[in-house]
Design a protein around this ligand. Sequence first.
Ligand SMILES: [Zn+2]
Length: 239
Amino acid sequence: MNFFKFGRFSSFQIKLPLTPRWHEIKVKIFFLTFLFVISCSHTVSSQYVNNADTIHHIDVISDILLYKSSVKKNSENRMVRLKEYLHPLITDFKYATYNNFTHRILYTHPEAYLRLPVAMALQKVQKELKAKGLALKIFDAYRPYSVTKEMWKVVPDQRYAANPAKGSGHNRGEAVDLTLVKVSSGEELPMPTGFDDFTEKAHHSYRDLPEDVLQNRALLKTTMEKYGFRALSTEWWQQ
Ligand SMILES: [Zn+2]
């Protein structure tokens, strides 16, 4: 797996003295930490992520080896590029712009990655939507743990951001933020709010909306759930 050229990880930083030797170690830890974070599957307890928060030691190498062997035993755990599964892959990586709730650029070279079974399920969702002249637009998929920590600093509220002590579905490559667009024009279907609107209006239970908006939200939710996704109750865009 060659994730290393994936620019989204460039925001990761570890504070170590920058002598040449430390620099080398820092680069190694950078890559190993990334592999470690993506190794957390839903069957793994949150202690993995807790450990990831304090990875300043080489001890983590044993976990990387565990990760590698788990993927070797079950290649279904691997991360894949979403562009190989969705045609077309329509994206709007909000975290690669200032237009997000942190008002900071969190990704420099964004690309959508998800676990293989998740990508395959999303492929089925898109196929079904295509028959209706619709497609998915992806806002975010796999999210590096370092970015989750940055977000928590801005919104330390578990309804809207993942507590780094537990990590998130995004960190594990299992969650995706998305909306519906018309294939013909690329135009987004009207939804209750914009992306990352942390108000009640973004909740699935919120009903005081125009009928077409309710239908669009329901279409996204039911189609996603048909293929195994589970909607987050407070964010219409997250499955
Ligand atoms: Zn999300």
